[in-house]
Design a protein around this ligand. Structure first.
Ligand code: HEC
Length: 436
């Protein structure tokens, strides 16, 4: 069913034709690079350079993480995930490491990645922001495993799995050595001293007159003015824009099993003063007016066989988990005879509506079988959007780092890698094989 719907979505998106279609790579011929993703807990940058971390002084002197932690991933992940130290709020039963296999190839126009890893959960993590009809109104249903409503048992764990790629071209100082830790700071969502609500809303860059956010997400220290890189000590808008123009940002792309996979896309963002989406329109938007909690679309019963899901349908691979505007949706009808327990996705996907730099990752194919995800990702070397994407060249060397959000978690409750060099047809930790 899902693949049929994707077919419809593709046919409808003819207007977005690619200059050249990505190649179909024979992955059996491409070398495999094993990577160990590990659970980092709350090892934010201030912790890394603070008293609690024995490597702090060397990090400040510019040493790489792997200069001390080569092959330490398993030990660190399995220790941290159990709690104590840098994990004050462990999640029971969580795995400390994920074994990832990375393959890479390229032609004149595209970089191709293939990733494989096992999920902890015995189904695809493709449910996110679901709404349940309680007989009178629609209410949010389920949450991530760290949320208090899930920890208390009041709501089921329902959150999407994700695969993330960070990419740099050498313009973010230290990224090649210290990777994603450069983006992770005290004050962010689900870290020590997290800042939410009013202080953020009143901040000139993040608040009502700026990005209109209400919490703090990943950022680079280069966008701040103090040595501690405090969340609120930002440089001016003009200074931040200048850094961006000069390429001092990280590319960050996320394949989202609920919010982009069913339309063969991943999102496209960048990290500088905040984790922001590239300009344009994302593959996903809201399927609900959040002020009145009125859904916008429901499933098209003629195509899906039902207008909504039930709790027992969650995990049924034969049914769609996402509402796709051009694929399986009709406008919400308040008088359609809604019953207590009906469930609708609170997000709306559209490949047709996705636009601009936010829609660059439009050839991303993931499957889940026997608890293994296989993800094939084609990215243009030159997206044509240098202000928020890293532009790659054949023969160039870049830095990549990977993360998986596995089994109903979000924010820092993921598994991450140390950074690796990526050579486009040239030797590196990960060499993208030149396709003939
Ligand atoms: C100079 C060597 C050195 C460098 C460089 C270094 N570390 Fe460490 N790190 C250590 C030592 C030593 C420990 C303590 C190990 C132990 O207690 O078993 C440690 C512990 C850790 C822990 C485990 C925390 C816990 O609760 O057990 C994490 C996570 C960590 N380092 C991350 C990093 C990261 C990320 C970087 C790079 C940004 C880094 N380290 C760079 C030496 C280093």
């Amino acid at each position: 069913m899902r693949y049929l719907l994707v077919g419809i979505a593709l046919a409808a998106s003819g207007g977005q034709a690619l200059a050249a279609e990505p190649a179909s790579v024979d992955w059996g011929k491409i070398p495999q690079k094993p990577v160990t993703l590990f659970y980092p807990g709350e090892s934010t940058y201030d912790w890394i350079i603070g008293k609690g971390h024995r490597g702090a002084r060397s990090v400040l002197q510019g040493k790489s993480c792997v200069s001390c932690h080569e092959a330490d991933e398993k030990d660190i992940g399995e220790k941290v995930v159990k709690g104590g130290g840098v994990e004050p709020t462990p999640i029971a039963g969580k795995n400390g490491v994920i074994d990832l296999t990375v393959q890479a190839a390229h032609d004149a126009e595209y970089l191709y990645f293939r990733f494989q890893w096992k999920s902890n959960l015995n189904r695809e993590g493709r449910m996110h922001d679901y709404m349940r009809f309680d007989g009178k109104t629609w209410k949010w249903y389920g949450h991530d495993r760290n949320d208090k409503v899930v920890r208390s048992g009041a709501q089921p764990p329902l959150y999407e799995d994700r695969f993330s790629i960070m990419l740099d071209d050498g313009k973010v100082p230290m990224f090649a050595k210290q990777g994603c830790w450069l983006t992770c700071h005290n004050g962010m969502r689900d870290t020590r001293n997290q800042v939410v609500g009013d202080p953020v809303k009143k901040h000139p860059i993040f608040g009502e007159t700026g990005l209109k956010e209400s919490d703090i997400r990943k950022y680079l220290a280069s966008s701040r003015t103090d040595a501690a890189a405090s969340w609120d000590k930002t440089k001016s808008r003009a200074e931040i824009d200048k850094i961006r123009k000069e390429g001092g940002f990280l590319d960050l792309m996320q394949w989202r099993v609920a919010r982009s996979a069913a339309i063969r896309m991943a999102d496209d963002g960048y990290v500088l003063e905040y984790r922001r989406f590239d300009p344009g329109k994302n593959p996903f938007s809201w399927n609900v007016d959040r002020k009145t909690m009125t859904p916008l679309y429901m499933f098209d019963a003629a195509k899906v066989g039902r207008k909504a899901l039930k709790a027992e349908d969650i995990g049924n691979a034969a049914l769609p988990a996402a509402i796709i505007r051009e694929g399986n949706a009709v406008a919400y009808d308040a008088n359609a005879g809604w019953q207590e327990g009906d469930i609708l996705p609170g997000r709306l996907l559209s490949r047709v509506d996705a636009k601009g730099s936010a829609a660059d990752n439009n050839a991303v194919d993931g499957t889940w079988k026997d608890s293994t995800y296989t993800l094939v990702w084609a990215r243009k070397l030159d997206t044509g959007h240098p202000d928020d994407d890293k532009i790659m060249k054949v023969g160039g060397t870049y830095t990549v780092a990977f993360a998986v959000h596995d089994d109903n978690v979000t924010t820092r409750f993921h598994h991450v890698s140390f950074p690796f060099s990526l050579g486009i047809g040239v030797d590196a930790d990960i060499k993208a094989t030149t396709l003939k």
